[in-house]
Design a protein around this ligand. Structure first.
Ligand code: ADP
Ligand code: MG
Length: 696
């Protein structure tokens, strides 16, 4: 096997490969395009394409694809081979600049939220030069943005790239005010921690609910869950370890810096964290990570579950989005500095994020909303649906002192002053103690913890980037004309802390009292996806995203429609799967077991005088529960029929949440009871205990 440094990035057409395989002029022209300078000239594109093809073919590739991220949340690819007939019955391997730069997949089968009628099938994929091409499974993958005929964004990547641009523009304005003339680029960077479950594949294949919906729709609580806390950071089982090793290698080949791996809180749950990188690349890498987790698991006879809540009553999976902003000169703008000047700059960026999170809390909430994540947020394992920020006691005390102009440190009796005071150094571990906060400052970055495990990080990050860009714009506008910059800055910071400190909460976000207090503070509590989604098309949202050219009003509406539809469809599929499972397996299991018990009762009666108490007891219980199950099944089927009636997307989503989900929950309750009564040999589906312990 290759050594790791040699293996790393070996399947990526990265900077090193470009230098090696492109003529010097072409390389320079391409670099200019990558750093946002110029459009790619057709001639240059031809040379790049040809070199890329030779590079890929030498590494076993036969096809190429424009790899993109439609609104389904996953990735899409249509493969074309490099072959081209040369006229004498033979072929040559060919790849043109045109094919590299722009593709034209049939877009009609991807969700567009009414942006494009299905007969207007034309869609374009356009090379995103900021993300390197790579070879996956014998195919050269070109990362692309996906848009409609008139350039409307139909994917997750486009608004993300636009938001990075918006953030850069505004952050540079602020940096110039601090006299920074050297930074020419500002990028947002992300390190997403990915949680997942690993179970045995044979077990997985016996659960239609896991196959169809990614989560178990039935299942009684196991006798041993996570009560003993013996799984978290526990020793890796050999099969899991072998999987992780293989996954690391696959990811390294693709240039993904997989770094940390460990067992998570729930049985069969694990986590992988890469080293953070530029947000658009981190997005691509996270999509690849999720995809490869499934592929590699399969290779090991395992199934990887990425759903937010595969098992009721067992911790679900999230994705922690570690986010920071830095310059091309290597300054992390969220890192407190060593001098008063650096600290003044840090404080301004810090209060900008605080104001942004407070002003746009609802949008941040929407960015973490999905049918799957509704099972986590607000439960005692994930942040609540209320957005608040954790800064830690020390930083909060500093902000308090700045606001009041009073002493921060009692020993020194010094008052805090912007541009004068040196901040104390706070090591990361003192600020990272609160695990219940949805949005925590962790020393030099913020950790947004509400994302669900299946999420593309593109969504939450385009929201985050844009809202911070907007506040920086306001700050730059107000400071640019000021006569005394330091004075104006101090005033602005103070004013911002005063106006937005309600969003800071360092306590336990899981406590019931927090819900009451948050309400008193005027913070919103959008409990479900359906409650949260309309925010996306609110006047404030439209103004924000159009002002920064991240999404147009019609693109926003399209996204809103897609998300509503997605929510309703998810619940619909779950309900149908439940009906199938009950009719196909659970009813027969109940009947068979009742039959066995009834036969025994009869035989004992024939024997006369033999005690049949046990059989009768269970027979009666199962008969009663079965009748109840039939009632609940009928109710769910009736609700499904009603769900088929024509109504608007929002109404449909509301119906799914209020009626369909309620009917599903009631059916589940009685089926889970039956699972504990019916003999194992009749129950067709592996139990929670069997699934969670399926990897030995
Ligand atoms: P923990 O589980 O303690 O939160 P992990 O090591 O699992 O920490 O994950 C932390 C993640 O944060 C990693 O992906 C890491 O690369 C990322 N990270 C570290 N520093 C930054 C930063 N400045 N900006 C963005 N992400 C960062
Ligand atoms: Mg972690």
């Amino acid at each position: 096997m290759k050594q790791i440094p040699e293996l790393f990035g070996s399947m990526v057409f990265n900077d090193e490969a470009m230098r090696e395989h492109l003529p010097k002029d072409t390389y320079k022209a391409l670099r200019r395009t990558i750093s946002g300078g110029t459009h790619l000239d057709r001639e240059v594109a031809n040379v790049v394409a040809s070199a890329m093809k030779d590079w890929a073919v030498a590494r076993g590739a036969s096809h190429f694809t424009h790899w993109f991220q439609p609104m389904t949340g996953t990735t899409a690819e249509k493969h074309d081979s490099f072959i081209s007939p040369n006229g004498d019955g033979k072929i040559i391997m060919e790849f043109s600049g045109k094919a590299l730069v722009c593709g034209e997949p049939d877009a009609s089968s991807f969700p567009s939220g009414g942006l494009r009628c299905t007969f207007e099938a034309r869609g374009y994929t356009v090379w995103d030069t900021t993300s390197y091409a790579f070879i996956k499974d014998g195919t050269l993958c070109i990362p692309t943005a996906f848009c409609g005929y008139n350039g409307e964004a139909l994917d997750k990547k486009t608004p993300l790239l636009r938001s990075m641009q918006a953030l850069e523009t505004q952050a540079l304005r602020v940096l110039r005010l601090f006299g920074n003339t050297t930074a020419t680029r500002v990028v947002s960077e992300v390190g997403p921690e990915q949680e997942y479950f690993l179970i045995d594949k044979e077990t997985f294949l016996k659960r239609p609910d896991l196959i169809n919906t990614g989560r178990t729709l039935f299942g009684a609580r196991p006798p041993k869950g996570q009560d003993l806390d013996d799984h978290y950071f526990g020793t890796l089982k050999p099969r899991v370890s072998a999987f992780m090793k293989d996954l690391d290698e696959e990811l390294w080949k693709l240039g993904v810096c997989a770094k940390t791996k460990h067992n998570e809180v729930a049985p069969a749950q694990h986590e992988l964290a890469p080293i953070y990188t530029t947000t658009s690349i981190a997005t691509d890498h996270n999509q690849l990570t999720m995809e490869l987790m499934k592929v590699v698991a399969d290779r090991h006879g395992l199934a990887c579950l990425l759903h937010e809540k595969p098992f009721a009553g067992v911790n679900g999976s999230g994705k922690h989005n570690n986010w920071s902003v830095s310059t091309d000169t290597g300054i992390n703008l969220l890192n407190p500095g060593k001098t008063p000047h650096e600290n003044a700059q840090f404080l301004l960026f810090l209060v900008a994020v605080i104001k942004a999170v407070d002003d746009y809390q609802d949008l941040l909430r929407v960015s973490a909303a999905s049918a799957g994540n509704d099972h986590r947020l607000g439960a005692n394992e994930a942040p609540p649906a209320i957005i608040s920020m954790f800064l830690g006691d020390e930083l909060t005390a500093i902000l308090d002192a700045l606001e009041s102009g009073k002493a921060y440190c009692p020993q020194q009796q010094q008052s805090m002053e912007i541009g004068v005071t040196v901040l104390p150094h706070f090591p990361q571990d003192t600020t990272d103690r609160n695990r219940t906060s949805p949005f925590a400052f962790t020393g030099n970055k913020f950790e947004f913890r509400m994302l669900g495990s299946t999420f593309s990080v593109a969504g939450p990050n385009f929201v985050l980037n844009t809202m911070v860009a907007e506040v920086l714009r306001q700050f730059a506008d107000s400071l640019e004309g000021s006569e005394d910059f330091t004075k104006a800055l101090a005033k602005l910071v103070k004013k911002t802390i005063k106006a937005h400190k309600r969003i800071i909460f360092n306590g336990n976000n899981y406590a019931d009292e927090w819900v009451t207090e948050a309400h008193a503070r005027g913070l919103s509590n959008l409990r479900t996806t359906v409650e949260a989604l309309p925010t996306l098309v609110s006047p404030a949202s439209v103004e924000l995203f159009t002002k920064h050219h991240v999404l147009t009003e019609s693109e926003l509406h399209a996204r809103y429609e897609i998300l509503l539809e997605n929510y309703a469809k998810t619940l619909h599929i779950e309900a149908l799967t439940m009906v199938d499972m009950v009719k196909g397996e659970i009813v027969p299991a109940c009947i068979s077991y009742q039959n066995e018990l009834a036969c025994l009762v009869r035989r004992k009666m024939d024997c006369g005088g033999v005690d049949k108490g046990l059989e009768e007891y269970f027979l009666k219980k199962i008969a009663n529960s079965s009748s109840l199950m039939l009632k609940k099944l009928n109710a769910l089927e009736d609700t499904l029929l009603q769900a088929g009636q024509e109504r608007g997307a929002l109404e449909q989503a509301r119906f799914s949440r209020d009626k369909l989900f309620a009917a599903m929950t009631e059916l589940r309750l009685v089926v889970d009871e039956l699972e504990t009564l019916v003999a194992n040999k009749y129950w067709a589906f592996p139990t929670y205990a069997q699934i969670l312990n399926s990897v030995v």
